[in-house]
Design a protein around this ligand. Structure first.
Ligand SMILES: Nc1nc2c(ncn2[C@@H]2O[C@H](COP(=O)(O)OP(=O)(O)OP(=O)(O)O)[C@@H](O)[C@H]2O)c(=O)[nH]1
Ligand SMILES: [Mg+2]
Length: 226
């Protein structure tokens, strides 16, 4: 039977948390009696992440191209549900909050982005540099593209398969998060933001503040020009 919801998790060396995330999602599916699927997208984990994901109720998708965006795109393309949720596999997002993200779809929203600033952000979960950088880049996207999103880099989001097709996403790296918000604004995809929690990550962060911040900035500015 075709799943109603596909949860897609990019994963790079997250053996400490990927299993717990899968359990959290399956618990939600069981509680809400949802026929859902979990897709873990890997492109080169050297730890036991893939082994753990394979041992649980999840499908592992391999991507040869490196990067967060490349992993997300491949995972989303293989998703069978019409509603897709993406979320990190580092334990930072509370997957029991998926209903908060998908309820707006019933009201006609096609793309729903989590907002950690309005939600419950646990102490120490975000560095001051990332907080300021995100606020600046989200503000720039709001000004340049008339977007209404205040947390453009939140990794927990939901969208319809149709909205994903309309966005025609191409970014391989972390700037994929900006690309989604920009394309949604440009293509007038009905978008809203909902409050979500954010917990301190376990394991090593894959975000390189300067390199990825710069890639976001270049992507945002070039999207305005072209
Ligand atoms: N498959 C794959 N997953 C990735 C890659 N880079 C990051 N990820 C995953 O994407 C998610 C986001 O990466 P994070 O390192 O958590 O980045 P972040 O959430 O912006 O930064 P933190 O606040 O430090 O967690 C995590 O689940 C990573 O494992 C990649 O190149 N390939
Ligand atoms: Mg993270």
């Amino acid at each position: 039977m075709k799943p109603e919801i596909s949860v897609v998790m990019p994963c790079l060396n997250e053996e400490e948390t990927v299993g717990k995330c899968i359990d959290e999602i399956n618990k939600f599916f069981e509680k809400e009696k949802i026929n859902g699927e979990i897709i873990v997208c890997d492109n080169g984990s050297k730890d036991s992440s893939v082994k753990i994901a394979n041992s649980k109720k999840a499908r592992v998708i391999k991507q040869n191209i490196k990067g967060y965006g490349a992993a997300c795109i491949k995972g989303i393309l293989s998703a069978k549900g019409n509603i897709i949720v993406i979320g990190d596999s580092d334990g930072t997002y509370d997957f029991s909050e998926i209903p908060i993200l998908i309820v707006p779809i019933k009201d006609g929203y096609e793309f729903i982005v989590g907002n950690r600033f309005n939600g419950k952000m646990k102490k120490g979960s975000m560095t001051y540099l990332h907080f300021v950088g995100n606020a600046f880049l989200s503000g720039l996207i709001r000004i340049l593209f008339k977007s209404k999103i205040y947390d453009a880099h939140c990794g927990l989001r939901a969208f319809t398969k149709d909205a994903f097709k309309k966005m025609s996403l191409k970014s391989d790296g972390m700037e994929f998060a900006s690309e989604m918000v920009i394309k949604a604004a440009k293509k007038k995809i009905k978008t809203c933001e909902v409050k979500v929690s954010y917990r301190k990550r376990k394991g090593k962060s894959k975000l390189n503040s300067l390199r990825d911040g710069w890639r976001h900035l270049v992507f945002i500015l070039s999207s305005r020009l072209f």
